[in-house]
Design a protein around this ligand. Structure first.
Ligand SMILES: NC(=O)c1ccc[n+]([C@@H]2O[C@H](COP(=O)([O-])OP(=O)(O)OC[C@H]3O[C@@H](n4cnc5c(N)ncnc54)[C@H](O)[C@@H]3O)[C@@H](O)[C@H]2O)c1
Ligand SMILES: [Zn+2]
Ligand SMILES: [Zn+2]
Length: 360
């Protein structure tokens, strides 16, 4: 029999995959490697639906190879550990974000920045050390090098902590790195989706003043009363935007589509920082003059390293940061993707894998 994802490894596995750029997901049989000495094998309990999954299944970044089983906001329970595993034991909860491997020897890796390793291996759609393609968390079981496992603190709900492993670290890491984590600073958050709502929660826990900048006026009440934002700007309301010019120390931009940066740069004080974490499929236009005149910078950030991800989830546990989610069964995933593309979710879909993924 020819090698295929169904028989390349000894352990039978089952998930949902997209086969082409329609992005439609359907049941898919494949296989996982046997537990190696530094591996933990775990049963997937919950998996969040990140907008990156949507970009991926529709090949919006032009890098997808099909079939693809998405999912990189994963929480599970360990069922088997390799002989040399020290971080986890059978029965422990384990989390996985966007990475399952890296070279472990370059300057980035040595600096706990596996997320910037040129050989980083993504949780799905990337060639693993053994030459096979990685498959994500919309599946029943996973096998993971323990280094890339995150310990889930006991007081965090399992369904509500899955997305913290991507959406949480993606906003926490730049707040720290760009020095936007000092109490009293004023932070703007653009795009109130999965990443954006986590940014509001982390920044509030750090003691910042937070203003949400959104295209949807109907998100205002909830953002202020429920998420704890201090102010809300409707980006299309030029009067409101004008009034808020030169007031922010930093902005975290989580928008998933092409949008204008000029009004955002205008909101920054001199020396302010606009940090891009959203990943639109096309380049944005960058107006230079307002950067020069205010010594402002535009930067980027990509998830976070394993050490920082653990620190972030421990911070979330300490400050009782819990995501707002809509838990769905596996067979709702295509509808969920459709709704996500219309920003119709508060604020993250999380698939209840263990209770709803039925093998065919
Ligand atoms: N840098 C990283 O490490 C990293 C990690 C995870 C996700 N991402 C990317 O971040 C982006 C956001 O991810 P998410 O899961 O929070 O998505 P999401 O869909 O939950 O949220 C995106 C938000 O952007 C808003 N938005 C969409 N188009 C807009 C427009 N034209 N103008 C203004 N607002 C608009 C939506 O209303 C929504 O609130 C995606 O592009 C995703 O791929 C990056
Ligand atoms: Zn993600
Ligand atoms: Zn490396």
């Amino acid at each position: 029999m020819a090698m295929s994802s169904e028989n390349e490894h000894p352990v039978k596995a089952f998930g949902w995959a997209a086969r082409d750029s329609s992005g439609h997901l359907s049941p898919f049989k494949f296989s996982r490697r046997a537990t190696q000495e530094k591996d933990v094998t775990f049963k997937v309990l919950y998996c969040g639906i990140c907008h990156s999954d949507l970009h991926n299944v529709k090949n919006e970044w032009g890098i997808t190879s099909y079939p693809v089983i998405p999912g990189h906001e994963i929480v599970g329970v360990v069922t088997e550990v390799g002989a040399k595993v020290t971080k986890f034991k059978v029965g422990d909860k384990v989390g996985v974000g966007c990475m399952v491997g890296s070279c472990r020897s370059c300057a980035n890796c040595k600096d706990n920045l596996e997320n910037y390793c040129p050989k980083m291996i993504l949780t799905y759609g990337t060639k693993y050390y053994d030459g096979t393609i990685t498959h994500g968390g919309y599946s029943d079981i996973m096998v993971l090098d323990e280094h890339f496992g995150i310990k889930i603190p006991d007081n965090l709900p399992l369904d509500g902590s899955a997305l913290i492993l991507c959406a949480g670290i993606t906003v926490y890491s730049p707040l720290k790195y760009y020095g936007l984590d000092k109490a009293g600073m004023h932070l703007g958050v653009v795009g109130l989706g999965g990443l954006g709502h986590m940014a509001v929660k982390f920044a509030k826990a750090m003691g910042l003043k937070v203003t949400v900048i959104s295209t949807s006026p109907n998100k205002k009440k909830e953002a202020m009363e429920h998420l704890g934002a201090d102010e809300f700007l409707v980006s299309r309301n030029t009067e409101e935007m004008q009034f808020a010019m030169d007031t922010m120390d930093g902005i975290i931009d989580t928008v998933s589509a092409v949008h204008s940066l000029l009004p955002l740069i205008g909101l920054l004080k001199n020396n302010g920082k606009l940090v891009m974490v959203g990943a639109p499929e096309k380049p944005l236009e960058l107006p230079i003059m307002p950067l020069l005149l205010g010594r402002k910078i535009v930067g980027g950030s990509n998830i976070g390293g394993i050490k920082e991800t653990q620190e972030m989830i421990d911070f979330a546990a300490k400050h009782n940061i819990v995501a707002d989610i809509e838990v769905i069964p596996m067979d709702y995933v295509n509808t969920a993707m459709e709704r996500l593309s219309k920003a119709d979710v508060k604020y993250r879909f999380v698939i209840d894998i263990a209770n709803s993924l039925k093998p065919i």
